[in-house]
Design a binder for this molecule. Structure first.
Ligand SMILES: [Zn+2]
Length: 54
């Protein structure tokens, strides 16, 4: 599965791990994360600006 990093801070959304604090259980694909998701760490970076990690 893929990982997506916030370009503003070090937060990474890992599809394998999900983000249970945000309501996404492990295995939740990035595509299913809400369109209005903002980085939970810095709070300013929208989902669309996250960068996919190779
Ligand atoms: Zn961030």
């Amino acid at each position: 599965m893929d990982r997506y990093q916030c370009p503003e801070c070090s937060y990474i959304y890992d599809e394998d791990a999900g983000d249970e604090d945000e309501g996404y259980p492990p295995g939740t694909p990035w595509a299913q994360v809400a369109k209005d998701f903002f980085c939970p760490d810095c709070g300013i970076m929208p989902k669309e600006d996250f960068e996919k990690l190779a």
